[in-house]
Design a protein. Sequence first.
Length: 540
Amino acid sequence: MKFSSVLLGVALSAGTALADVDPIVIKGSKFFYKTNGTEFFIRGVAYQQSYTGGSSTDNNNKYVDPLADPATCKRDIPYLQALRTNTIRTYAIDPKANHDECMQMLQDAGIYVISDLSSPAESINRDSPEWNVDLYNRYTSVIDALAKYPNVIGFFAGNEVSNNHTNTDASAFVKAAVRDMKKYIKAKNYRPMGVGYATNDDSEIRVNMANYFNCGPSEESIDFWGYNVYSWCGDSNYQKSGYEARTQEFSDYSVPVFFAEYGCNEVQPRKFTEVAALFGEQMSKVWSGGIVYMYFQEENDYGLVSVSGNTVSKLPDYDFLSKQIASATPTGVNSAAYTPTNTAAQACPTIGSNWQASEKLPPSPNPDLCECMVKSLKCGVKDNVSDKDIGKLFGIVCGYDGICDGISGNATSGKYGAYSMCQARDRVSFAINRYYEQQVAKGNGDSACDFDGAAELKSSSSTSGTCGTLLNEAGVEGTGTVTSSPTSPGGSGAASTGSSSSSSAAARPMAVPGSVQVGMWQFGAYIITAVIAGVGMIVL
Ligand SMILES: *[C@@H]1O[C@H](CO)[C@@H](O)[C@H](O)[C@H]1NC(C)=O
Ligand SMILES: *[C@@H]1O[C@H](CO)[C@@H](O)[C@H](O)[C@H]1NC(C)=O
Ligand SMILES: *[C@@H]1O[C@H](CO)[C@@H](O)[C@H](O)[C@H]1NC(C)=O
Ligand SMILES: *[C@@H]1O[C@H](CO)[C@@H](O)[C@H](O)[C@H]1NC(C)=O
């Protein structure tokens, strides 16, 4: 059954494939069809089943890739088309899966894709934010998987990561992700695709959030801003819903803004009267449309349809949206006739009680630097120490003054250790080695490399050449600034994860390019031992 429907999908998409869709491009604060310059307004629907969102606490990392099963795409696309959908938002795709058929079917239906880059277990955690080698590999692998499809508009580097005034520091790490993914797309010579962010609507931080991601050098700031808005409930109106105020706030924004999620469900059925406002005269000058949350009916009760096997049943919301979206036809401007006037970036927010993210961003993950560092250590963590024990080791070793400056970061002061982006295992080894070297200097000898049996002496290799340069920049304490790029082609981590220690399945479920190299170094110590043993045998 499954087999035959997959075959049918192949036959259909192969038989009916049209020419590639026209890519969507960004000019000023608007989207356009590349070829004819017609302004593009997003008539979007969020499309992902059983997704609980990037809480980063979900170590199972279970999600259903909505673009990997041709049978479900084929089942759902007609329902999306009937809603005049021209964009879907996906929250987590599996970079290893094949997306050719779904992406072709979407293309044939004139539907574009904006995808989040994270996954449930691989996202920036608002409570202990990091932008590290593992996340870098996850994000770039999603870009690599989708870049070949002309109907990809761009990506979200995060969704509602900072969500109130207590965790705004996390935004520095998200913005670093934006910076590095923009750089990566350029370095790989991919077609221009935007990197944005999807924010929640917290009254205390929303203005600072929007300003922060649109301030400073354009290489570091977002290409578009997605707003998750649920403030128009039932028969609200332009003023009462806050839409008027939001529209004023964004009237001078320099990049496109749109609703990355909308559709309050406090009053049911949802009549979607906000659609007329969003695509109407006033708002369409500022907003590029929006994405209705969401296609599938689930526990949270936001569905347009319910699905059961191969059967799709429209819910009342579907018909209401259908009626409203039928008249969502803003005129827009043609690209050729449009000269952006909102060209200035916003001012970065000042640090205060409602804002704790410095405009100085965390360093780019640089797996080569981490690898060089680990190779240089005289004492480090044993390979078989569990992830849980690694966590405990931080608590112990970082209790010693200044030992952990090179591996920690503070987004409020804007001070980040050069190794703060390395894997946890590598970072803890750095700290353990610092402690060990201090003890040796005090004459306390090799017994300092122990940590209850978790640490062992390593055969450190000399640090000349590229490694020498990187390590010099980082400094002995790891508090220097590394400006040299990794040697791997295509940007850091593109061809080599370079991360030197083993990583559990939970910490890195994705197969990443270059994992063979990881494996080799992972077992490097054993290989060296074996070679020495072998030489010994020959001599004997
Ligand atoms: C421009 O191209 C798009 C898609 O290819 C199409 O939907 C739109 O109608 C075109 N605009 C005009 C004015 O023909
Ligand atoms: C901020 O958000 C976090 C995470 O959702 C939540 O646990 C916390 O209670 C919130 N704090 C305030 C003051 O709203
Ligand atoms: C790790 O390996 C060492 C031998 O190198 C062994 O003594 C120790 O028990 C192992 N620890 C764990 C947690 O497996
Ligand atoms: C981070 O830096 C800020 C500003 O300098 C400081 O107030 C805060 O205590 C620091 N946080 C930590 C955990 O050191």
